[in-house]
Design a protein around this ligand. Structure first.
Ligand code: ZN
Ligand code: ZN
Length: 116
């Protein structure tokens, strides 16, 4: 039986940049409304399940084109995929101790990038 490490609810909030991580467990999929991409994974700091949506607001580029390129994984793609091109923030949904009231994401404050 595999024991997964539990979500550390008691870890105090801290805006910590964890740098580039190998995070093969992170996945991205189109948002339900088609307006962006949702990246899902486990926060490397508090081990909570986090889900972040990246909106696409580029004028003139239909989202269809982006998703076509993503699914084909064309090497000529110039725009980095959100999964590896963006900074991810913990949004585990748990208000960790000492979390400021104006925090952008409800979570432990960690941020990281995913190594391509
Ligand atoms: Zn976290
Ligand atoms: Zn958490």
């Amino acid at each position: 039986m595999t024991q997964q490490q539990p979500h550390d609810h008691d870890k105090p909030y801290s805006e910590e940049d964890l740098g580039e991580l190998d995070a093969p467990a992170f996945t991205q999929r189109p948002s339900p409304d088609g307006g962006g991409l949702t990246v899902t994974g486990t926060c490397p700091r508090c081990r909570g399940r986090t889900e972040t949506e990246f909106r696409r607001g580029l004028p003139g580029t239909g989202s269809k084109g982006l998703f076509d390129r993503l699914t084909r994984r064309s090497p000529s793609v110039t725009e980095p995929e959100p999964l590896i091109g963006e900074v991810h923030f913990c949004a585990c949904g748990h208000a960790h101790p000492q979390m400021p009231t104006d925090a952008l994401f409800i979570g432990c404050g960690a941020s990281w990038r995913i190594r391509p």
